[in-house]
Structures are given as C-alpha cells and as structure tokens.
Design a protein around this ligand. Sequence first.
Ligand SMILES: Nc1nc2c(ncn2[C@@H]2O[C@H](COP(=O)(O)OP(=O)(O)OP(=O)(O)O)[C@@H](O)[C@H]2O)c(=O)[nH]1
Ligand SMILES: [Mg+2]
Length: 182
Amino acid sequence: MREHKVVVLGGMGSGKSTLVRSIAAGPVVDTDVANSDRTGADKASTTVALDYADIDLPNGERLRLYGTPGQHRFDFLWPILLQGARGAVLLIDARRAGVSAELDTYLQALQPFAGTLALVVAVTHLDQAPTAVLDAWSEHAVLDGQPLPLLPLDARDREQGLMLMDLLMSEMEAHALVAAHG
Ligand SMILES: Nc1nc2c(ncn2[C@@H]2O[C@H](COP(=O)(O)OP(=O)(O)OP(=O)(O)O)[C@@H](O)[C@H]2O)c(=O)[nH]1
Ligand SMILES: [Mg+2]
C-alpha cells in the first residue's frame, strides 16, 4: 500500500481541523483548546499543536494527514510538520480582508519547499463571502513560477474533501515525474 504524508496549512478558522475530521470520518487526534483569541477567529476552539488522522482512501492508498495550528505564534511548527511531506493543502478563508496578500505571504514562505512539495490552494467560507473574487485570487496562486490549482472548498463536506485529496495526489504524481525526468 502506498502512503502519503499530507499537511494542511492556513490561517486561524480557515477550516484545517474541520477538513481533517471530515476526510477521516473516524478517529482523529486533535489538540484543540478553548479559543481565547477571538480577534483571530470567532470560534470555540483552536489547535495548539496538530491534528492527525490515518485515512484509507477508496483507491487503496493511505493518507497520513496533518493539520497545523493557525495562530501565528505557532508558525515555527509548520516547517517541522512539512518535513517529509510530498503534498500540502493551503486553506484560505474567503471572509478575510486581503486574501491576495495572504496568499503571497504563504507562498513566499513555502518557496523553499517548492522542489519537493505539491501544493493545492482551497478557498473556504465562500458561502459567507458574497464579494469573493476567485479569479483574481487565482492569479496569486503561483509557486516557483508555476500556477497552482485553486478551488472552492467547504471543509465540512466529506465529498469535497475527498475530491481535494484526489486532486492533490495527481499533483503529487506529476511532481514526482518532473523530479525524476527533469
Ligand atoms: N459556513 C462555512 N463554514 C465553514 C466552512 N469551512 C469550515 N467551516 C467552519 O469554520 C470553522 C473552522 O474551524 P476549524 O476547523 O477549527 O479551523 P482551523 O483552521 O482548524 O483553525 P485553528 O486551529 O484555530 O487555526 C468550523 O466551525 C467549520 O465548521 C465553509 O466553507 N463554510
Ligand atoms: Mg485547527
């Protein structure tokens, strides 16, 4: 069986823990505590170390899925969690002001991983952001000069989560081919 380590990145409240739980549909390790940072995101709990789930996909492959904490004081953790990962999902909350700038910041930070990491951008909370402009944001979804897939996602929806993982795995395969053959 093939195993893939996949990391979920993104700001506070973008839906990282929710996505891990939706896809797992079973036991999940989480480290959520009561959220005292209501300016960061107005929700009851926040992740302080990681989310983790082992997932057997319908296609017979196994995912080791890691969600990162979104609070900036934990930024030091995500390069650690990215070690050995070949795929990552970046969640962007459509309700935030300055989505394009947020994308630029994340992708700049991910630049050192570009050679080994396949990346997909998923925009969440679109139902709560009537003025969202996906096309404009897509133009910012570029890593190492290559356009990245950017798609809408409701992190609560298991089917959408599984489709996202499917897409990520084809990106990982394409990445591996390029790495092997130049
Ligand atoms: N309406 C709506 N709610 C969503 C969507 N995606 C996720 N949510 C909700 O938004 C919240 C996201 O919370 P978490 O999953 O804890 O977010 P997180 O990214 O893990 O946050 P931190 O751990 O604090 O960094 C949950 O209440 C989800 O149910 C969406 O597309 N639409
Ligand atoms: Mg979380």
